[in-house]
Design a protein around this ligand. Sequence first.
Ligand code: DGL
Length: 280
Amino acid sequence: MHNPSLLPVALFDSGMGGLTVLKALAECLPAEDMIYLGDTARLPYGTKGCDTIIRYTLKAAGKLVDMGVKMLVVACNTATATALPTIRDHFAPLPVLGVVEPGAMAAAGASRNGQIVVIATEATIAGGAYQQAIARIRPEARVLGQACTLFVPLAEEGWMKGAIVEGIARHYLKHVFTPAVTTAVTTPRPDTLLLGCTHFPLLLHALQRVVGPHVRIIDSAATTAQCVKEELTRRALLRNAGHTGVSRFLTTDNCARFARTGSLFLGRPLKPDEVDLIDL
Ligand code: DGL
């Protein structure tokens, strides 16, 4: 294609969580065409080892890049935290953006007292990507990481609220939101909860009930969309505003389920015939 700005933006997640990023992108950049790939056959990534996550992510990204895209958005925190430098090297000079830096920027900017809790998958928390990214932006911040493995299947099942969801959330969060008392000082209670997994925005209302109204809950979708816009602008790749963007959805397993649950993440109905099955 002669004009690369006409190519779609590709988004990738292990499942449907990245649709929260696609939704924010579509609102921010309505003229852009998008291709979304959810690797539901291999979900979850968050409990897998680094080598496996890198292998899966390279495979999925390669599939999208082969289709002809102008940018790749890794709309999965686990894949970003584990594989972003490898993907960037592998597909250079294609611009590749992740969700960790935008999320860290948003949380570092939102917290008043510098006490931030990051919740994410086991792999994201263990790798320390968020802790390091926030430290680069706001070195005095205290960042507590908490893996919340069960939130992923809850979100994929569409279980967004109710006693069971809140009970699990309370179990994960009670320690990190209880002020640590030492002999000399009491550490202030965290005032910011960063959703470091693209699946977690679905549980927003339950989480807010558990942490209370004074804790700001941040998700990286809107900030990521803004970063995508800036990068496309910088590279003169923005699509002309006269076009209405079209999104294409790909999954590696069960289109009907992807459409059913994907609608919740996307905030609009998604029909099974809008979703194509692919193999990696
Ligand atoms: N959506 C993925 C993330 O943002 C997590 C889901 C998974 O474990 O694969 O980390």
